[in-house]
Design a protein around this ligand. Structure first.
Ligand SMILES: Nc1nc2c(ncn2[C@@H]2O[C@H](COP(=O)(O)OP(=O)(O)OP(=O)(O)O)[C@@H](O)[C@H]2O)c(=O)[nH]1
Ligand SMILES: [Mg+2]
Length: 359
């Protein structure tokens, strides 16, 4: 087996280099975005699948010929590289990676990559699935769908408030559709005969309060606008007669520490808040992956996907389900309020992930 790390400005360039240096049969083992003043992409690719294992079960490095290695430091560098690659292989192997990729699996792997499924996930799926039926079954098994605000028997509620009432807070990057989705959820709950209250802690953006105020008036439900944790607690108490309280938050760059800290302050009150993280399927796949770094430190109960109507590929739904390991609450499919929200089941989500073209 020949493994090579390739660095390039972007993934497309890295792939071209892999093809040039290792040929068209090379398999991408991993790819990583390196941040810094000059960001680049580092891709690890492999060709020829004759891995040897020693008796202990760990891979033994192939003998490295000294030809072409001119100095001690180059040799040391090479040794370091081989060590890190061995560790990489070992991690992949222990997590069930199949490095041998016969021709028909390669087709499956490419099919998944075309749908923006991350290489490491695509490799695992391709190693297990014989055909697309298998693939559908595998994916829908891995995606857990759970509609929020289900009626459950008393005591079974994960989050309860005043005897089974629900408080849900929507968080997520700027402009993903939190306020719009709150209006959609509120309309639906009203239609089902539930009493709803809305709170906005969206004091950051000029005009944000106006947007939710218009929705509250349109749907005919009470709204409180608060600017700190203390007034949030007060407001929740005020809504004691509501079945569902929906909390809107301001979208901010998750890299902003104050933003994540502000959210953590809310959790530290101990209020039984259920958190729905909204992610837009029309966002750049790499952006979605990078936001995971920040949001994963929060107690997320559900993830939900917005703007499926605008996305060309929906493999990111699969990637994010795998990363967050949280149930999917719903997807939103357009700007219309009320409407354009779907409590899609695992099968529907799987179909969206595997299709190309818009929803
Ligand atoms: N195409 C499409 N547009 C949507 C969807 N949901 C929301 N939008 C649009 O996305 C834009 C932003 O929606 P908002 O609800 O204001 O987003 P937000 O997350 O509250 O934004 P911030 O509060 O600024 O973080 C609006 O123009 C919405 O109409 C959807 O499912 N599909
Ligand atoms: Mg908003």
């Amino acid at each position: 087996m020949r493994i090579k790390k390739i660095q390039a400005k972007n993934f497309r360039q890295a792939l071209a280099l892999v093809k040039k240096e290792l040929g068209a049969d090379a398999v991408i083992l991993s790819s990583e975005d390196k941040k810094g003043s000059r960001p680049y992409v580092e891709v690890t690719a492999a060709i020829d699948y004759d891995l040897e294992t020693d008796n202990s079960g760990s891979y033994s490095p192939a003998t490295v010929s000294s030809a072409g290695i001119s100095s001690k430091s180059e040799f040391a560098e090479l040794k370091k590289e081989i060590k890190s690659l061995m560790e990489c292989i070992e991690t992949m192997r222990s997590s069930g990676f199949e490095l041998r990729l016969p021709e028909e699996r390669k087709k499956m792997f490419n099919f998944l990559r075309e749908r923006s499924i991350k290489d490491e996930f695509a490799l695992k799926l391709a190693a297990k699935a014989e055909d697309t039926d298998d693939l559908e079954a595998l994916i829908s098994k891995e995606i857990n769908f759970l509609p929020p605000f289900r009626s459950k028997s008393p005591g079974e509620e994960k989050v309860s408030f005043n005897g089974g009432k629900r408080i849900a807070m929507l968080i997520g990057p700027t402009g993903v559709g939190k306020t719009t989705t709150i209006a959609k959820l509120a309309s639906k709950a009203i239609k089902e005969g539930r009493k709803v209250g809305m709170i906005s802690i969206d004091s950051y953006k000029i005009g944000a309060a106006e947007q939710i105020r218009i929705y509250a008036r349109m749907i005919g439900i009470p709204l409180d606008i608060v600017s700190n944790v203390e007034s949030l607690e007060e407001s929740i108490k005020k809504f004691y007669d509501r079945d569902i309280v929906l909390i809107d938050t301001s979208g901010r760059n998750p890299e902003d520490r104050e933003y994540i800290k502000g959210l953590k302050d809310i959790y530290s009150t101990g209020l039984p808040i259920e958190t729905q993280l909204l992610l837009s399927t029309s966002s750049d796949c790499d952006f979605l992956m990078s936001t995971h770094e920040y949001y994963r430190s929060l107690p997320i109960d559900y993830i939900a996907f917005t703007k499926t109507d605008e996305a060309v590929k929906l493999g990111s739904i699969y990637n994010l389900c795998r990363l967050y390991q949280k149930p999917v609450a719903y997807i939103t499919t357009g700007q219309r309020v009320p409407g354009n929200i779907e409590f899609a089941d695992s099968r529907r989500l799987t179909n969206l992930i595997l299709r190309t073209g818009s929803a």
